[in-house]
Write a protein that binds this ligand. Structure first.
Ligand SMILES: [Fe+2]
Length: 222
């Protein structure tokens, strides 16, 4: 009996530390849709920034705290949020868990972008990092996971546990590289309260985006 329990513990630890690369996880057209929406959103963001006062603009600069200004980043891009739902079954199959979707994040990395070694926040218990688009020269930009470089081609994805696996990126030598991240939590786990990342539903953008667009009473839309 004790041997069986020890074996179960070992199997659980091994499974919880796995990551898996899935080649061609999504097709070429799905990649083009995501890449196009990212670029359109960047253009719209630039227009919005151009129409702001200097003071307002400081609050809404593109980029993020992880990469700085060497990227354009979007929380809850519509196409990515749809993909979050579409790939939930695949993620459940790979992680062998029933999951709740939490949120998506998408980035266009620019030349010299690098990401420091880190683990992710609670909403990222089970994650998918998907390569959407590389530059014309197909410049490599591996994600290092627990010290191992993982190079993905457009459409390929790595399924990993962001809170367990330390991950980072070295300096990007190319022009632009687009990546989308899909995050889930165990439906019955200790982070299940992070369902939808605290939002009312998948697809609901960052609160700041709504402030940017206008002061709607969001309760009307729930
Ligand atoms: Fe991360």
């Amino acid at each position: 009996m004790i041997k069986i329990i020890i074996l179960e513990v070992i199997i659980t630890i091994c499974l919880s530390n796995m990551y898996k690369v899935v080649k061609n996880c999504i097709g070429e057209e799905a990649c083009m849709l995501l890449a196009t929406e990212m670029k359109t959103t960047r253009s719209l963001t630039n227009i919005a920034l151009d129409n702001m006062t200097e003071e307002e603009r400081e609050k809404y600069q593109a980029g993020d705290s992880m990469i700085g200004d060497k990227c354009f980043a979007v929380y809850g891009l519509s196409a990515a949020e749809s993909l979050l739902l579409l790939l939930q079954n695949k993620a459940e199959e790979i992680f062998k868990k029933e999951l709740y979707p939490t949120y998506t994040y998408s980035r266009i990395y620019y030349n010299d972008a690098k990401m420091k070694k880190h683990t992710d926040r609670d909403s990222c218990e089970y994650s998918v990092s998907l390569c959407v688009e590389k530059d014309f020269y197909k410049t490599p930009y591996p994600l290092f996971v627990d010290g191992e470089p993982v190079e993905l081609e457009p459409g390929d994805a790595i399924f990993y546990e962001g809170k367990i696996h330390e991950h980072w990126r070295e300096e990007y030598k190319g022009f632009e590289h687009t990546q989308t991240f899909l995050h889930y939590v165990d439906k019955y786990g200790k982070y299940s309260d992070r369902k939808y990342d605290g939002r009312p539903f998948v697809g609901y953008g960052e609160i700041s985006n709504y402030k940017l667009l206008g002061k709607h009473d969001l309760n009307e839309y729930l």
